[in-house]
Design a protein around this ligand. Structure first.
Ligand code: ADP
Length: 312
């Protein structure tokens, strides 16, 4: 059975016990009991009607309880915001610095006059810069989209979309990445696929995240399959790879925000641990389901479903 630890968030946020909202809530509880007892004893001395005394005690309890609830909530909100700030700084310092340093190095080399546009490496350096810019852009976009969806500022559309077109567009985007890593990507469409009322761009982001991961966590010369089929009243999109897989102990963390598995950290691919969290947010907002199956060192299948019908 899952152990409930009300103080676990405080450990995560790295704050002391006396600043921890559940602890403050507990202290407020004790204060409420003391105030109730005081009100009762003082009331008993000056008010003869016992019903009146209990009514006063009850009103004071309710007021204090509501107050402490709101104080506690605002503390938690502040902690969450602080945590987001820390994570963002962490991302800037670790994930964005690497591509930025390589770009600065290339720009310096080009400006130094030691290389000109006819140099055979010139084109490949520009390719590296372009892929660095794209990867930074993707990271920032993921971060912004998570923040907008969480604060309910992101609009979800219902437009006639072709799931087939979404997949084809994403595969086309990733072809250079696949070629660079010697990975074959296959699109497997099963049967006729109906048009689906959903948010084209958001579903594209979800498919991008799954394909991006499948390529990143594939082994050299691997294979990635993108499956599209109709399943009852839903469409089903699956992305299968034959890569590093996920260990049974880590499976439960896979959709957690900012979570990156040991195996991924070892292979040192860039990543925020936001892609799957964002994909789950998008799919659930669009009324679908998301899941995966995986075996360590054998590969993974990540899939999601989306309702075809207009009402989401
Ligand atoms: P990241 O940007 O780190 O890839 P994700 O949220 O997309 O973030 O994934 C979270 C973690 O889940 C990854 O760091 C990796 O450890 C693991 N993971 C995701 N997809 C796969 C996959 N297809 N195979 C193996 N591990 C995966």
């Amino acid at each position: 059975m899952k152990k409930i630890n009300p103080f676990s968030n405080c450990q995560r946020y790295n704050i002391s016990l006396k600043q921890c909202p559940p602890f403050i809530f507990l202290v407020m509880g004790v204060i409420i009991i003391i105030s109730d007892l005081l009100t009762f004893f003082i009331g008993a001395r000056f008010i003869s009607n016992p019903l009146m005394i209990s009514l006063i005690v009850m009103v004071i309890t309710i007021i204090l309880f509501i107050l402490s609830y709101f104080i506690n909530r605002s503390f938690e909100k502040l902690l969450e915001l602080n945590q987001m700030k820390n994570e963002f700084i962490n991302i800037i310092s670790h994930q964005l610095r690497t591509p930025l340093s390589s770009m600065r190095w290339i720009v310096d080399l080009m400006r130094s006059g030691k290389m000109d546009s006819i140099d055979e490496k010139y084109g490949s350096y520009l390719d590296i810069m372009s892929s660095d810019v794209k990867s930074m852009e993707r990271m920032i976009n993921k971060f912004l989209m998570v923040s907008k969806i969480e604060s309910k500022r992101e609009k979800f559309l219902r437009e006639k979309s072709s799931p087939e077109k979404i997949i084809q567009e994403v595969i086309k985007e990733f072809l250079p990445f696949c070629e660079a890593r010697n990975i074959k990507i296959e699109f497997k469409k099963e049967g006729e696929i109906p048009e689906t009322f959903t948010d084209f761009q958001k579903v594209k982001v979800a498919v991008e995240n799954l394909i991006d991961n499948a390529i990143k966590y594939s082994k050299e010369k691997g294979r990635v399959e993108v499956i599209l089929k109709k399943k009852g009243d839903n469409i089903y999109i699956g992305v299968r790879d034959y890569g590093i897989g996920i260990s049974p102990e880590e499976k439960k963390y896979i959709f957690q925000k900012f979570y990156r598995l040991e195996s991924a950290l070892k292979s040192q691919t860039l990543g925020l641990g936001l892609g799957l969290y964002l994909t789950k947010l998008i799919i659930e907002k669009l009324g679908g389901k998301i899941g995966f199956s995986s075996q360590e060192n054998k590969g993974s299948l990540f899939w999601f479903t989306l309702p075809i019908k207009k009402e989401i």
